[in-house]
Ligand binder design. Structure first.
Ligand SMILES: *[C@@H]1O[C@H](CO)[C@@H](O)[C@H](O)[C@H]1NC(C)=O
Ligand SMILES: *[C@@H]1O[C@H](CO)[C@@H](O)[C@H](O)[C@H]1NC(C)=O
Length: 418
C-alpha cells in the first residue's frame, strides 16, 4: 500500500515538474511542398488567442504555451525575432495554427481526452439549450402585445426551439389549448404589483442578455475553434442569431393578424348591409335597437381616423402591461375561421428552417472548441441555460396570463350569447 502511494506521488510530482513537457519538433511540422508561407509582417487579429484559458486546464495549457511552444507563441503575437527564428526550421503556413498544433501535440493525452469528452458535451449544447428557450410561435404571439419584451426575449435566449419544418403552428392555438395543467394559478394582479412584475421582467431579460453576451465573449477568447483559429466571435454570433429566426415568425403572425382584421371589417360591412335590407323590407317596429346602436357606434368610431398620440399611448400601455392584466388579447376569438394564408405559412416555415440551421451552426461551432475541459464545459452549459431559462420563465408567465384573459373573454361572450 505504502509503495503504491509512493508511486502515485512520484507520478504526480513528475507531471507537475516544470520541464515535463517535451520540446516541440518545429522542423518535423514545418511547411512542406508549394503551400504559401504566411506573410512575415502581418499582425495577428485581435483579441489575441492563447492569452487566457478556462481554469480546469489552464495550468497545463499555460505550461505548454510558454514552455515548448514559446517561440511560436511569440511569432503568433507578431514578434519579428521569433518569426525569423522559425524560418530556420522551414516555412510557416499560419502562425495561429502553428501555435495550436504545438500546444495540442505537447499536452498530455489525458488532457486531450478531457477536451474530447468536453467537445461531445459542447456539441450537444445547442440542442439541449433549444429545449430551454422560448418557442418560435410563442415569441410571435407575444410580439403582438409586447414587441419590446419579445425582442429582448429573442435576444436573451441562446437557441430557438424550432417547430417541425413544414408544419404550420398557429400561435393563436397556444391560447386555446384545452386546460393545460399548470401549477400556477395566475389571476389579475393589483396594479402596483403588476407594474413591479413588468419592471422585473425587463430587468430579468436584460440580465439574461448580458449573461449571454459575456459568456460568449469569454468563450470566444479562451478557446480556439479548430476550423477558424484566430477568430473569436463565432460563439457570440451563434448566440445572437435566434433573433434572425424569430423575425420571419413575427412577420408571419403580423400578416395573419392583418388578414383576420380585414376579414372582420368586411364581415361587419356585410352584417350592416344585411340589417339595412332587413329594415327596408320589413320596416318592423321591433327594432333591435341596442344591437343597431352599438354597431353604428363602433362603425362611427372605426371610421374616424384615430389620432397618432392615442395609438402611441395605447401601444405603450400595452407594452408595459403584463398579459394577465390585459383587457383583450388581439384576435383571440375571431381567428378561428380564418385560414392563415400562404405568406403567413411560408414565413413561419422560413423561421423554423432558420431555427434548424441555427442549431446546426451552433453544433458545428461548439463541437470544434478546444482548450476547455468537462468541468468548465458543464459550467458553461449551465450559464447558457440560465439565460435561456430566464427567458422561458418570462414567456411562461406571459403565456399563462394570455390564456387566462382569452379564456375569461371567451366565457363572457358565450354567456352573453346564451
Ligand atoms: C521576441 O522574441 C525574442 C526571441 O524569441 C525574445 O528574446 C524577445 O524578448 C521578444 N520580444 C518581445 C517584445 O516580446
Ligand atoms: C517558405 O519559407 C521558407 C523559409 O523561409 C522557404 O524555405 C520556402 O521556400 C518558402 N516557401 C514558399 C512556397 O515560398
Amino acid at each position: 500500500m505504502a509503495k503504491l502511494l509512493l508511486c502515485f506521488f512520484a507520478v504526480i510530482s513528475l507531471l507537475q515538474c516544470a520541464g515535463a513537457l517535451p520540446p516541440y519538433d518545429y522542423e518535423g511540422f514545418a511547411l512542406k511542398g508549394t503551400r504559401e508561407n504566411a506573410s512575415f509582417f502581418e499582425l495577428p487579429e485581435h483579441p489575441l488567442k492563447f492569452q487566457s484559458f478556462y481554469p480546469q486546464l489552464a495550468e497545463v495549457l499555460h505550461e505548454a504555451s510558454t514552455g515548448p511552444c514559446l517561440v511560436s507563441l511569440q511569432a503568433y503575437e507578431g514578434n519579428l525575432t521569433a518569426r525569423r527564428e522559425l524560418t530556420k526550421y522551414g516555412g510557416v503556413g499560419n502562425y495561429c495554427y502553428l501555435q495550436n498544433d504545438c500546444i495540442l501535440s505537447s499536452i498530455y493525452p489525458s488532457t486531450q481526452a478531457n477536451m474530447a469528452a468536453a467537445s461531445v458535451l459542447l456539441g450537444l449544447t445547442p440542442t439541449i439549450l433549444a429545449n430551454f428557450g422560448p418557442a418560435i410561435p410563442e415569441i410571435a404571439l407575444l410580439s403582438s402585445r409586447r414587441p419590446l419584451l419579445s425582442l429582448l426575449l429573442s435576444m436573451g435566449a441562446p437557441a430557438t426551439y424550432p417547430s417541425r419544418f413544414l408544419l404550420f403552428d398557429n400561435p393563436v392555438h397556444l391560447l386555446r389549448r384545452p386546460e393545460r395543467p399548470s401549477i400556477l394559478k395566475i389571476s389579475r394582479m393589483p396594479l402596483r404589483f403588476a407594474i413591479a412584475i413588468s419592471f422585473f421582467q425587463y430587468v430579468l431579460a436584460i440580465v439574461a442578455i448580458t449573461n449571454l453576451i459575456t459568456t460568449s465573449l469569454d468563450l470566444g477568447q479562451k478557446t480556439v475553434v479548430s476550423w477558424r483559429c484566430s477568430v473569436s466571435w463565432l460563439p457570440l454570433m451563434w448566440a445572437m442569431t435566434p433573433i434572425v429566426c424569430h423575425a420571419p415568425a413575427v412577420l408571419s403572425f403580423e400578416v395573419y393578424r392583418r388578414k383576420v382584421k380585414s376579414r372582420r371589417c368586411s364581415d361587419k360591412v356585410e352584417m350592416e348591409q344585411d340589417t339595412n335590407m332587413l329594415h327596408s323590407a320589413k320596416d318592423s317596429t321591433e327594432d333591435p335597437l341596442p344591437f343597431h346602436q352599438t354597431s353604428d357606434n363602433t362603425n362611427a368610431r372605426s371610421r374616424q381616423p384615430r389620432s397618432q398620440p392615442y395609438l402611441l399611448r395605447r401601444a405603450v400601455r400595452s407594452e408595459f402591461t403584463i398579459s394577465a392584466n390585459a383587457d383583450t388579447i388581439p384576435i383571440a376569438k375571431e381567428s378561428a375561421a380564418v385560414h392563415p394564408g400562404a405568406w403567413s405559412i411560408i414565413f413561419q416555415d422560413i423561421a423554423s428552417l432558420f431555427g434548424i440551421l441555427q442549431v446546426i451552426f451552433g453544433t458545428a461551432v461548439f463541437s470544434s472548441l478546444s482548450y476547455i475541459g468537462v468541468e468548465d464545459a458543464t459550467v458553461l452549459l449551465l450559464r447558457y441555460a440560465t439565460s435561456a431559462f430566464c427567458c422561458r420563465l418570462i414567456m411562461y408567465l406571459e403565456l399563462e396570463g394570455m390564456i387566462l384573459v382569452a379564456r375569461d373573454k371567451e366565457g363572457k361572450t358565450s354567456s352573453n350569447e346564451n
